[in-house]
Design a protein around this ligand. Structure first.
Ligand code: ZN
Ligand code: ZN
Length: 344
C-alpha cells in the first residue's frame, strides 16, 4: 500500500478514504479527527468528531455545545479500529489534550503529529516519540535560525524586571490556549507566589486548565482591580491587547510578549514588546530535525510553516519528502499577532 492510499493529502487536510475520516479538516466533514484545540486545527461544524476529552472540552468552550453533531473521546495510548484502519492517539506536548494521530493499515504506519514540541511543559503531557514509516510534521519554526533556548531563563528576565520596577505593572502577551497557562506555570516554578492577573479573554480556558488539575497558584480577574493596586503585578493578556486602550488601566506598564517569534527583532518591535520572551509551544529547528530522525520514518510530509528548508533537509538525508499544501492552517501565534483579532 502506498502512503497516499492510506492518507490522501487534500487542500483541506489529509483524508483517509478507506475509513472516511479527515484529520484537522479546514472545512466541515462527516468524520473529523482533531489533534488539538487551536482554532486553525479544530473547527466547528463537523458531523462527528474524535479527539481527546480535553480537546473536545476546549472546542465546546470556544464554539458552544453544538460545535459538532456527535463526539467521541479517546485517551492517549488508546486506539480504535475504523474499517480495518487502526487509529491511535499519542501526546504531542503542544497544549493540553494535544495528540499525534497514528494511522496504521496492512503494516504501514503514518503519524500525523499536528503541532508539537519535544521540550518539557508543566501544563501538558510530554511528547511521545512514535516510530513510523511516514511522519507528518509541522514547520512553524522550520528554519535553522530558530532555536528557542531555555524558557526558564526567559521567565528569569521577566522576574528580574518585576524586581527592578516595582512601581510598574507587567503585561505579558500570550496566546490564550496553552501559552498563557504555560507562562503562568513557569512563573510559579520560578518561585513567584503573588496573585497573577488575567485579561477577560484568558479566563475561561485558564479555569479549564485548573479544573484538569493543573496548579497555577492564585489567579485574579484584572477587570475589577484598581490601577494603583496593579503596581508590581503580572497580567496575562492576548498579544493584541498590548497595543489597545485596555493597557492604559495599568500604572506605567512594561509590555512583554511570549512567543517563538520574539527571536526576530522586527516582530518584537512590531508587537510593541519592550521585554520579548522567546517561549514557544512549537518545536524549533533542532526539535523538528531530531524528531524526524528519531521516528525512523523513511518519508516526511511537511505542513504549515517554513516547509522548504525541512523538505530540503530531509532529502539531503536520503528521505522522501514533500510539502503538503494545506490551505488554512496558520500559526496560532500569528493569529494573535498585532493587528489581528484577539482570539476568542
Ligand atoms: Zn497549535
Ligand atoms: Zn498549527
Amino acid at each position: 500500500m502506498r502512503p497516499e492510499d492510506l492518507l490522501t493529502p487534500t487542500p483541506s487536510g489529509v483524508c483517509c478514504k478507506r475509513a472516511g475520516f479527515h484529520i484537522d479538516p479546514t472545512r466541515p466533514v462527516d468524520k473529523a479527527i482533531i489533534t488539538h484545540g487551536h482554532s486553525d486545527h479544530a473547527r466547528a461544524g463537523h458531523r462527528h468528531v474524535l479527539a481527546t476529552a480535553e480537546t473536545l472540552a476546549i472546542m465546546k468552550l470556544r464554539y458552544g455545545d453544538n460545535f459538532a453533531g456527535s463526539t467521541q473521546a479517546i485517551r492517549y495510548g488508546e486506539s480504535i479500529d475504523l474499517d480495518g484502519v487502526t487509529v491511535g492517539f499519542h501526546p504531542a506536548g503542544h497544549v493540553l489534550g494535544s495528540a499525534q494521530i497514528a494511522v496504521a493499515c496492512e503494516g504501514l504506519k503514518i503519524v500525523a503529529s499536528g503541532d508539537y514540541k519535544n521540550v518539557a511543559d508543566p501544563t501538558c503531557a510530554p511528547f511521545e516519540l512514535v516510530p513510523c514509516d511516514v511522519f507528518i510534521t509541522e514547520a512553524t519554526f522550520g528554519l535553522p535560525v530558530f532555536r528557542h533556548g531555555d524558557p526558564d531563563a526567559e521567565i528569569g528576565k521577566l522576574l528580574r524586571s518585576i524586581d527592578l520596577f516595582p512601581e510598574r505593572a507587567h503585561l505579558v502577551g500570550a496566546y490564550s490556549l496553552g501559552k498563557a497557562q504555560r507562562v503562568i506555570a513557569l512563573i510559579r516554578k520560578a518561585g513567584f507566589g503573588k496573585p497573577i492577573y488575567l485579561h477577560g479573554a484568558m479566563e475561561k480556558v485558564t479555569r479549564f486548565y485548573e479544573s484538569c488539575g493543573i496548579d497555577l497558584g492564585e489567579l485574579r480577574a484584572v477587570s475589577g482591580a484598581a490601577k494603583a493596586d496593579l503596581a508590581g503585578t503580572v497580567t496575562l493578556c492576548p498579544p493584541s491587547a498590548l497595543k489597545e486602550v485596555w493597557s492604559r488601566r495599568f500604572p506605567d506598564p512594561v509590555s512583554s510578549f511570549a512567543s517563538g517569534w520574539m527571536r526576530v527583532r522586527a516582530r518584537a518591535r512590531q508587537a510593541h514588546a519592550e521585554l520579548p520572551l522567546v517561549i514557544s509551544d512549537h518545536a524549533d529547528w533542532d526539535g523538528l530535525t531530531e524528531t524526524i530522525a528519531a521516528t525512523g520514518a523513511s518519508e516526511v510530509w511537511v505542513t504549515h510553516g517554513q516547509e522548504d528548508a525541512l523538505v530540503h533537509w530531509s532529502r539531503e538525508r536520503g528521505l522522501k519528502a514533500r510539502p503538503l499544501d494545506i490551505v488554512g492552517y496558520g500559526d496560532e501565534e500569528d493569529e494573535a499577532a498585532p493587528g489581528a483579532e484577539s482570539p476568542a
